[in-house]
Design a protein around this ligand. Sequence first.
Ligand code: LLP
Length: 425
Amino acid sequence: MHHFDYIRGTLYAEGVAISEIAKDVGTPFYCYSSATLERHYNVFKGPFPQDTLVCYSVKANSNTSVIATLARLGAGADIVSVGELRRALKAGVPPERIVFSGVGKQPEELAEALDVGIYQFNVESEAELQTLSDIAVQKGVTAPIALRVNPDVDAKTLAKISTGRSENKFGIPWAQAEAVYDLAGRLPGIDVVGLDVHIGSQITELAPFESAFLKVVEMVTRLRARGHNISRIDLGGGLGIPYQTGNTPPPHPDEYAALINRIVGDLETQIIFEPGRLIAGNAGILVSKVVYTKDTGTRSFLILDAAMNDLIRPALYDAHHDIIPVMQPQAGYAPTIYDVVGPVCESTDTFARARQLPDMAPGDLVAFLSAGAYGAVQAGTYNTRPLVPEVLVCGGRYSVVRPRPSLDALLALDVVAPWLEETAK
Ligand code: LLP
């Protein structure tokens, strides 16, 4: 459910016409809906006990205004770098609602998070545990930790975004978990508070969650029997979203919640979640303009001004994004079959093959749906294309929450080596 709808024949984000933003900001641009972000947070959080902490996974969309929109509702933040830590704090997430995930947290990052006093470190290896303990001891504090354990379940999602199998780099192997908890219990800088698990992303069935969470219950029982304090369980993120109209949608958050309340409800722990895509995915679109159309005899290409550097998911994961025209097509229109591509010099710069769209002409606008998560954050400047601006809509208002950088600003990032100065002039 989102707030991007046709009104009087043209696409709106809440109360603002997309074509109006395009005139003002130029294309391409990302556009986010505050009401959709808020709705997703509330729908997700609703069925869980009051003290449940929903730490929005900032990596999905780390625009400060997006994080701030959620922080105002009480959301915490799941971060994976000191950059994300600073963003979350800047957006108004209190440290006591921040959890720090990731396999390669560096000593300086751990130190800064300790200074800030975050809620929990999700530790992914024995080496990280030792490092964290040493830093905490130097600072005269203890670090609240959960160990991220790898339950070795198949999340049945795209192989490239699965994380919960034993062959993945994530988490502590299931068989080693108790020994590492015992070590954590002995380390002077460590305070064991919980257990953490995250099995993958864009998960579209409940069964993998069920297998993983049943294993979590078993592990919590065993750890408690060994004397460990497990007062929180962090169940990660990963619940999928509908990407393709006409396909069976993934389980509703209410079904996910019912499963969790049934499986872990009696554990007497606080529950933490790290949803990213579920909150931001369908709260954002990428708007792009048709540059040219080209008919090669065998195919019709729709050449857009957005490219794989702006939205890399189709190129990287073969991911599907619905593409719709900003001007609503007439009912029963005769579709044209387009391959939708960008201007970047690679064949991979193909957003979709054989898509049905109305006949399009240069200057027409299209919108990629479900682009709010892992869209702008994964953008780059390949082909010397500046990062795409981001716009946040709230009711009838909108604000450019990240302006389009100028080409000069992009070029100014490079420094000419001194020995080339002469020739450069
Ligand atoms: N927690 C941890 C430890 C994670 O690694 C992730 C995502 C999340 C939470 C949030 O998962 P979500 O609720 O968004 O599924 N770039 C890929 C997705 C990568 C996911 C990485 N980890 C994509 O565009 O599909």
